[in-house]
Write a protein that binds this ligand. Structure first.
Ligand code: SF4
Length: 410
């Protein structure tokens, strides 16, 4: 449904837009599917995961102390926990043949108990230059999730999924269409990174820069709302940053946790003392549009989300990112850039960075990319107001850029 090519709308406290007269306003709407709604007609939000079985426990679900306790239960010495952890987190292997430091007798059974297979590769798509690989994984219960591996000069980023499906019901998103299937386990999240490291080590991601390459940056921007799966996502972050062999030994600042604005969870995250990078997917500075674009805005409004993001900065000292997908005639008006800048500057200076992200061009859809000159005006308006702003590129256009498209097609 493409409805409402109506005149610009604004809330009573938003400034009179200077481009209100000559820019149209496209309203968000699901295209080709119907958003699930509550009896009151609001888009349905699912915060709790359906009570379905979780995958078998894996070494990466456990802290080092828990691994040692489990091995004791199995009648084995605790030091085996470090050996197994080294194989998984440093050599990225679960192959008993390669674990020659473990006694041959009982080795296979031990590996079976500690490393049940979690991700089965269903499809792999690669861009022509080989610098971007998108994976589609099947989980133990048949649920499908994706991750995307991207090589940039000097860094390698993996975009990971945190839930099978998603309960946030955003009208533009393929992942949200079927609702939330279940939360992913900690080890299912971690295993995406270990699998990616294997692929990099095999020389399969573009042109190798040096022999010890591995994933350097992780962004929680795949399928799911990470903060709706808070406990497991936090445990996964610990596995990423814990020093080897307990974890992958990555830098917390290279891990980006993003959210569409679950305010209480943002506040909890600020108290974790884990200096991860925090990103708020805002996409609109006015409640009138954001209520439709990001349904969770009906629960926590724009100002509450920005307040929580600002408090994250104050508590952690880490500069916050605001993600803003630029959608033609929907949220790309210069007056919205000015309103966003005003709301950010009201809280303070130097605490935030805005990343406008042009959507992929989709002819005939209301979800399509802004005109280049409109993008430039949006960026310039923010910069002129003193907000550091970087127009992002969208990787993987050739291979179905948006999250959830592969799984939806499957
Ligand atoms: S955009 Fe993100 S939060 Fe919204 S439905 Fe999709 S995966 Fe969930």
């Amino acid at each position: 449904m493409i409805d409402g090519m109506t005149s610009p709308t604004r809330t009573s406290n938003t400034p009179m837009p200077s481009d209100a007269g000559d820019r149209r306003q496209v309203r968000p709407a699901a295209e080709g599917w119907e958003q699930q709604r509550t009896p009151e007609g609001r888009p349905l939000l699912q915060f709790a995961s359906p009570r379905v079985k979780q995958p078998p426990q894996h070494l990466a679900d456990l802290t080092l102390a828990e691994r040692q306790a489990k091995l004791k239960e199995l009648g084995l010495p605790a030091f085996r926990a470090k050996q197994l952890s080294t194989h998984y987190f440093q050599h990225w292997t679960t192959d008993p043949e390669r674990m020659s430091d473990l006694p041959k007798a009982g080795r296979e059974e031990l590996v079976e108990a500690m490393f049940p297979p979690l991700l089965t590769e269903v499809r792999r798509l690669r861009t022509d230059d080989g610098n971007t690989i998108k994976f589609l994984w099947r989980l133990f219960d048949g649920a499908l999730v994706e991750s995307v591996l991207m090589r940039y000069p000097g860094r390698i980023t993996l975009c990971v999924s945190s839930q099978a499906g998603c309960g946030m019901n955003c009208p533009f998103c393929a992942t949200g269409q079927a609702g939330l299937t279940r939360n992913m386990s900690t080890a299912e999240i971690v295993d995406q990174v270990v699998a990616a490291n294997r692929v990099i080590a095999a020389g399969e991601l573009g042109v190798t820069e040096h022999p010890d390459e591995r994933v350097t940056n992780i962004v929680f921007m795949g399928m799911g709302e990470p903060l709706a799966n808070y406990k497991r996502v936090m445990a996964a972050v610990h596995r990423f940053v814990d020093p080897a062999p307990e974890g992958l030994g990555m830098s917390a600042r290279n891990i980006t946790v993003s959210t569409v604005g679950l305010v209480p969870a943002i506040r909890k995250l600020a108290d974790e003392e884990l200096p991860v990078t925090f990103a708020l997917s805002l996409h609109a500075p006015d409640d009138e549009l954001r209520d439709e674009l990001i349904p969770v805005n009906n629960r926590w409004k724009v100002d509450e989300a920005i307040d929580a993001a600002y408090d994250y900065f104050r508590k952690t000292g880490r500069r916050v990112s605001i993600e803003y997908a630029l959608i033609k005639d929907m949220n790309d008006h210069a007056w919205r850039a000015a309103l966003l800048a005003k709301k950010l500057n009201q809280r303070g200076r130097g605490w935030v960075h805005v990343n406008p992200i042009p959507l992929n061009p989709t002819p005939g859809s209301i979800w399509t990319s802004s005109e280049p000159e409109v993008q430039d005006e949006f960026v310039e308006t923010l910069r002129a107001a003193g907000i550091p702003t970087t127009l992002r590129d969208t990787r993987g256009k050739e291979i179905d850029g948006a999250c959830g498209q592969l799984a939806a097609a499957e």
